[in-house]
Design a protein around this ligand. Sequence first.
Ligand code: CUA
Length: 172
Amino acid sequence: MHVDGTEKKWVILSFLMAFAMMGILTAYAINYNIRPPSNVETVDSNALHLTKEFAEDNLGLKVLADGTVTVTMVAARYGFYPQNLKVPSDTSIKFRLASADVLHGVHTAGTNMNTMVVPGYVSELTTTFPHVGKFPMFCNEYCGLGHDYMWSRLIVVPKDQFTLPAPQGGAQ
Ligand code: CUA
């Protein structure tokens, strides 16, 4: 089979470009610890209010029996609940989010918190907020007409001015 010289050059060039881009993505993923969410815990999005963890009264910040600082949140058209969330700075915090309806995303501006909230699954991420201040938490997946208004407020308080609640007994 005869392949024209110019064509051959472009075939090689396009392969090189694809490999270079793959290399850049891999390098970024490794250096910045970027990876797909790996939590495959399922939850019934239609019955969040009936679960112990995602019932309205149990949302927000708590300390589990093993000392893990955990924040449980529900994303629902059009808001994140709780709508005001106070957390201590420089503390490892595990977020557990569930959607009550459709696909949402949560992105906390000025921090590295960014994940999708897929209905039927619990989204989990652990992060630390080194900067004190108020940060908006936006929904970053189009979820309907009110998407633009879907946000909550994250307030990061200096660690020494924050009193953590007493650890909860029993497993969550
Ligand atoms: Cu929720 Cu967009």
